[in-house]
Design a binder for this molecule. Structure first.
Ligand code: ADP
Ligand code: MG
Length: 350
């Protein structure tokens, strides 16, 4: 800038806006994985396959059998603030889908070599759109969708993440660390949705191949083995419109960190300090200080009772009545523990 001239205000180009948005949500390959898997769920997929190469730094490919995208809508799918999931402002207060901000694909496409393929049931062929993530400087800078043969559903391919944002690329960790984060996102989604068949492949090797099931315990067993699932305690309660259910671990299964604690709200993985605290309180005297119980807990409540639009990654939410939830979790577990002899062997859940 030259001294003495007042800088004029200009609107940012769409490409710059998308890169800024990507900075908020797309931190690493695992963030891409989370967004893509959530889109597959929102599209009512029954099966999803996630393939990654080099921890997702080289390639992330998600293929689903969901309802697909109309060819004319393909460019909109990767435009920012374009979504099929919210129609009006009030919808924000009753979100039932995983996504709603309409920003994920635009952000991801702006920082990768990106390809979107999709086909709906009423079309004979699919269509495909490619974006190479370079700042074209003319809006969303896309070619027209091209016809392509593919099954009904959607496939998103994200190659060379951050190739055009070298600083962020530099912050990526080792392949095994990045893959660890990818696998964790996959695990959260797979536990939240046992009815979804889910496959995870890394560098051509199948890491998980999970069949669809109605039973959370069956899915937990594939992840953690029967030695763990045999020592899980089923819990359940209902207070007003709030349903709480799931499994908590025998004190012996406790860990040195909270990594074995999974909390899901209306099918979404969340973290909540208050509920974590309630969980710890329920085990007070049962686990040693510094140890943390494992838990797979599901909260279900009308979407009006919670604000999920607090944080771009939606990992934290705001409850209408947080203290009532605290009391519900604490008393559900305490009551359950009273009926068990936690020092002896416990029976496997039915
Ligand atoms: P959001 O999920 O918040 O709507 P996204 O940027 O993630 O925003 O996706 C934009 C739109 O693209 C979605 O609203 C949806 O209509 C469409 N879309 C994205 N992924 C899929 C998919 N796997 N199957 C069908 N439609 C999809
Ligand atoms: Mg989305």
């Amino acid at each position: 800038l030259t001294a003495g001239t007042t800088p004029r205000i200009r609107r940012l180009e769409a490409d710059v806006v998308n890169k800024i948005a990507a900075g908020e949500v797309i931190e690493r390959p695992a963030s891409v994985v989370k967004e893509l898997l959530e889109n597959s769920l929102d599209a009512l997929a029954t099966r999803v396959e996630l393939e990654v190469a080099r921890g997702g730094t080289d390639l992330i490919r998600v293929t689903d059998d969901g309802e697909g995208i109309e060819p004319d809508d393909l460019p909109l799918a990767i435009a920012s603030h374009a979504t099929s999931k919210l129609q009006e402002a009030d919808d924000l207060f009753r979100v039932r889908t995983m996504g709603f901000r309409g920003e994920a694909l635009a952000s991801i496409a702006s920082v990768s070599r990106f390809r979107l393929r999709s086909r709906t049931a009423d079309h004979e062929v699919g269509s495909e759109l490619k974006v190479d993530g370079h700042g074209h400087g003319h809006g969303d800078g896309l070619g027209d969708p091209q016809p392509v043969g593919c099954p009904v559903g959607t496939q998103v391919e994200v190659a060379n993440l951050f190739h055009n944002t070298p600083v962020r690329r530099k912050f990526l960790k080792t392949v095994s660390t990045e893959f660890g984060h990818v696998a964790e996102q996959f695990t959260r989604l797979a536990l939240a949705h046992p009815r979804l068949a889910a496959v995870l492949k890394h560098d051509g090797r199948t890491v998980f191949d999970l069949p669809a099931t109605d039973s959370l315990i069956d899915r937990l067993e594939l992840f953690y083995g029967s030695a763990t699932t045999e020592r899980l305690i089923p819990v359940e309660s209902e207070v007003g419109e709030v349903k709480l259910w799931g499994f908590v671990g025998h004190p012996e299964l406790s860990k040195g960190s909270r990594k074995g604690q999974y909390l899901f709200l209306n099918g979404r993985y969340i973290q909540d300090r208050s509920l974590q605290h309630a969980l710890g309180e329920a085990y007070r005297g049962l686990v040693m200080v510094g140890r943390h119980p494992i838990a797979y807990l599901f909260l279900e409540m009308p979407p009006e009772m919670v604000d999920v639009n607090v944080h771009p990654t939606k990992n934290e939410v705001r409850f209408e009545d947080s203290s009532s939830l605290y009391r519900q979790l604490l008393s559900t577990l305490r009551t359950r523990f009273l009926s068990l002899d936690l020092s002896g062997t416990m029976r496997a859940p039915a």
